[in-house]
Ligand binder design. Structure first.
Ligand SMILES: *Cc1c(COP(=O)(O)O)cnc(C)c1O
Ligand code: SF4
Length: 440
């Protein structure tokens, strides 16, 4: 990549509904496609930036380009009914408020907290509800810093969007570090703290370092790992190279490592293109120099990465750059899932065929995995027994820690795309965890 281009895009330029027509390459779209962006983005929030537009999207392949699909809304991302509703509201010149009402009613139907995240998993300390935290699996606490609840660009498949569009009753977020630290100190079973969002790497280092300093100063011996879930390497690698606070952010990473904590950057990459630019390679190098690890994860999605060769290439490239492949997820049953969904059997085929192409160093990856109500559930495979096909699954993480690593069986169903589509095999009434799940 020529340096001039790197220099050009290192100044962050955000694109959203109000200014996307100013994107030079947007002339590659026809009037209808542009109108559809306006209609669909009422419901699915749209945000992109100059790095994504100039360095990642191949505009000669638009609208089929995977990264275009990843950040630009399109007609097919709404169901016919929802699209018609939204289009009618806009074509008939309704007021802003009325349009918002229609959009919000559609959003409610899109099931924004499918794994019961809002009501469940929110920890308490004394009588305080810690709404900026989730504690679902024994070892790991999720922390949603309030200033990290947006991203450098938005994924069209994202299930976290209520956090971006101001539907207040759905927001997680917590300002106080004090309660977080108190919670960690009293919960000795917690070894991992995971900063998540949104994207915590949207935070300026000044704010991020405040959280980190307080946590390190509290000196919590059982806290071993600090993880940061981020898409910044995919959407804005300049965060770690040329942004004002790039060096300071890396110094904060170093400080975590110096305190003897494992620092794991949980990086979201959805397609190998995101690993191809000079900018991302430089950013990865700089992060690794701090002593941090980078682990990678992504959902498998139709129209973006639903092919084994794409995954094999992505894992290889990650390992070449010294990153550690970690999870392949199944896309959640939310938002534009009808557009992205890959049935479980097909997801497993993609996983298997990709896994078979790579060596052991890439096989640190686990999947395909559903983050469902009872836990993270991996599809282990399809087998035949007694002349009948069955699906074998197992828990990678369980709401009850004792469920982890337990296999269980479902009737073969090549249309099933989520746990609740599956039936227990061998004529059982329920899966082994269902009775106990009711008690949580
Ligand atoms: C995935 C996840 C974690 C982390 O699980 P690991 O398997 O340790 O990576 C923690 N909490 C929630 C709610 C999760 O979905
Ligand atoms: S980066 Fe993550 S949180 Fe942000 S829009 Fe994409 S999937 Fe959602």
């Amino acid at each position: 990549m020529p340096l001039t281009q790197t220099a050009k895009s290192s100044t962050y330029q955000s694109y959203a509904l109000h200014n996307f027509k100013g994107i030079p390459q947007i002339s590659k779209l026809n009037d209808e496609q542009r109108r559809d962006i306006e209609i669909v983005s009422q419901v699915l929030p749209f945000k992109s930036n100059n790095y994504v537009v100039d360095e990642l999207i191949n505009w000669n392949r638009v609208p089929d380009d995977p990264i275009f699909t990843l950040t630009f809304p399109r007609r097919e991302m709404l169901t016919d009914t929802h699209y018609a509703l939204m289009k009618q509201a806009m074509d008939t010149g309704r007021s802003k408020d009325e349009i918002k009402k229609v959009a919000n009613s559609i959003r409610k139907e899109l099931n924004p907290h499918p794994a019961g995240q809002l009501e469940h998993n929110v920890p308490m300390i004394e009588e305080h509800k810690l709404t900026g935290m989730q504690h679902k699996y024994r070892e790991t606490v999720l922390f949603f810093p309030s200033q990290g609840q947006t991203c450098h660009a938005y994924c069209s498949f994202c299930f976290r969007w209520p956090q971006f569009v101001g539907m207040d009753e759905w927001k997680f977020a917590m300002r106080e570090t004090e309660l977080l630290i108190k919670y960690l100190q009293t919960h000795k079973e917690v070894t991992d703290l995971l900063f998540t969002g949104g994207d915590p790497m949207i935070m300026k280092n000044k704010i991020f370092a405040n959280y980190i300093d307080a946590i390190l100063e509290a000196d919590i011996p059982h806290l071993q790992t600090i993880r940061i879930g981020t898409k910044a390497l995919g959407y804005w690698p300049y965060k770690f190279i040329t942004d004002d606070d790039a060096d300071d952010t890396l110094r904060t990473f170093e400080k975590i490592v110096r305190h003897g904590k494992n620092l794991a950057i949980m990086a979201h990459f959805n397609h190998p293109v995101e690993l191809s630019t000079e900018a991302v390679k430089t950013a990865i190098k700089r992060i690794l120099q701090t002593g941090a690890q980078i682990r990678t994860q992504s959902p498998v999605m139709k129209n973006i990465n639903a092919h084994p060769d794409i995954w094999a290439a992505m894992w290889r490239q990650q390992v070449n750059l010294n990153c550690i492949p970690y999870y392949m997820f199944v896309a959640r049953d939310t938002g534009a899932q009808h557009y992205f969904k890959v049935p479980l059997v097909e997801a497993w085929e993609i996983f298997r065929k990709a896994y078979q192409q790579v060596s052991g160093v890439c096989r640190t990856v686990r999947g395909p995995s559903m983050s469902a109500m009872p836990g993270k559930i991996q599809i282990l495979g399809i087998s035949e027994t007694g002349g009948k096909k069955i699906m074998t699954l197992r828990f990678l993480q369980g709401r009850n820690p004792d469920w982890a690593a337990r296999p269980f069986f479902a009737e073969f169903d090549d249309k099933a795309a989520w746990l609740n589509d599956l039936k227990p095999a061998f004529g059982e009434e329920q899966f082994f965890f269902e009775e106990e799940l009711k008690t949580f």
